[in-house]
Design a protein around this ligand. Structure first.
Ligand SMILES: Nc1ncnc2c1ncn2[C@@H]1O[C@H](COP(=O)(O)OP(=O)(O)OP(=O)(O)O)[C@@H](O)[C@H]1O
Length: 259
């Protein structure tokens, strides 16, 4: 089966007035159907740049992005992007926010509407459909943003630190909910996070980057037993702490280099 996304020899330099800064160099990655991959690494190693390139929001200086084998240039409806901030429209009700992506892509009909309302209920938001974002907690708003992203049924979901602004307990609950929902739907996902334990708990592969320029330093395979256990409980499994320390040590080395 073709990978859902392939990055081939991606290099990206930001051009300044006088000089160019090389954010990413010769980056190759292939992510298969239903895989959940995390990108971690020291600040400035190019994680967000990579997500923007995959989302088609940024054109790389060199290299190619393939989505299901086809060369991608520009944003694609196959790719959903969820950010740290929920970006809900305050004047739209929860259900109207959740339906926005479908509306914008001309795919809103009775069936897609009822599926989205069901997804809101699955996310514990039944009864909140007619409320407005200001009436909801941060964790609830982030769940609405997730429903809005999933409503269009993207084959690939990009998550840029979606849980980092939340309280620890809410963050753990949301990790569980997201992980379970994506696994059930078979959605392929790439998560950018600063939280190494989150990366290990939710993904099948943790990709550690180094900076100046951004490159893959090391790839950690997460054992199936950890991957198939809900993130909250995965942290207690044998092998989790060892893997965490291994990634941590390598991250420290990556942080000291390329400053
Ligand atoms: N718009 C821009 N113009 C110029 N340089 C940029 C721009 N955006 C990012 N950079 C530079 O590119 C490099 C990679 O930045 P990027 O934001 O992708 O890293 P990151 O790993 O996501 O960082 P963080 O973990 O701090 O969010 C950094 O050196 C950054 O300063």
């Amino acid at each position: 089966m073709l990978p859902v996304v392939e990055l081939k020899e991606i290099t990206h330099a930001y051009l300044g007035d006088r000089e160019a800064s090389l954010a990413i160099e010769d980056f190759n990655l292939s992510v298969g159907q239903g895989e959940f991959v995390s990108l971690v690494g020291p600040s400035g190693c190019g994680k967000t740049t990579l997500l923007s390139i995959i989302a088609g929001l940024l054109r790389p200086s060199r290299g190619e992005v393939l989505l299901s084998g086809r060369s991608a240039a520009g944003p694609s409806p196959e790719v959903g992007y969820m950010l740290q901030q929920d970006y809900l429209f305050p004047w739209r009700s929860i259900q109207d926010n959740a339906l926005l992506g479908l509306e914008l892509t001309g795919r809103l009909d009775e069936e897609s509407r009822s599926k989205t309302l069901q997804l809101l209920a699955d996310m514990g938001l039944a009864g909140k459909e007619l409320a407005f974002p200001a009436q909801l907690s941060g964790g609830m708003r982030q769940r609405v943003a997730l429903v809005r992203t999933l409503a269009t049924d993207p084959g690939l979901l990009l998550l840029d630190e979606p849980f980092s602004a939340l309280d620890y307990q809410i963050k753990l609950q949301l990790e569980d909910l997201v992980s379970e929902t994506l696994m059930r739907r078979g959605t392929t996902a790439i998560l950018v996070t600063h939280d190494l334990s989150e990366a290990i708990a939710v993904s099948s592969r943790v990709i550690l980057l180094q900076r100046n320029p951004g490159r893959i330093r090391r790839i950690f395979q997460v054992p199936e037993a950890i991957r198939s256990t809900p993130p909250l409980y995965a942290r207690d499994l044998p092998g989790f702490a060892e893997l965490f320390h291994e990634v941590w040590k390598e991250m420290e080395l990556a942080g000291r280099e390329g400053v």
